[in-house]
Design a protein. Sequence first.
Length: 201
Amino acid sequence: MNSNKMAKRAGLAVAGVVTAGVFVLGGSAMASAATSAPKASSSASSDSGKPARGGSADTAVTGDELAKVTAAVTAKDSAITVTSVRMDPDKSYDVVGTKNGATVTYDVSADLKTFTARSGRGGGKGGGHGGKSADTAVTGDELAKVTAAVKAKDATITVTRVGKDPDGSYDVFGTKAGATVMYDVSADLTTFTQRTRTAGK
């Protein structure tokens, strides 16, 4: 009888070990499946999602190409003075210029046949993109005085337009090394602050 009891106990012990092994293996398999599942999900997400867009990918247009784009724009509207041209990755152009003392921007197709005026300005001081600027165009002797002050600060700047804000300070638009630049200039013409502008679409 003792031998039978011992055999039964040994059998139960073996069964317990086997059962525990099944649970351990099963848990390990579940853990393995759990850790591999997110990898598959992550891979699917990266394959289907578009890459994040970085900074502007356009490039400055110079030389013969600049002359060609400028000629096409002025042929479309001779009142426009082109100040800078940049090429987008799709080979279309961003053209910045002045017309009747105001800054204008056009999207021009790669074949130079489609011209689309882009709405909105670079934005006045403190104003939203949709708000109208409260500045007034500066002309005559005052324009000459502001232009001279800006050129004295940086002789490489070509001033294309100057606007006067209600507080007497100035918004100065121009070009430098083929790029459009803007400055906030104090009413006494002693403080010059370059304003950043995004000309992207």
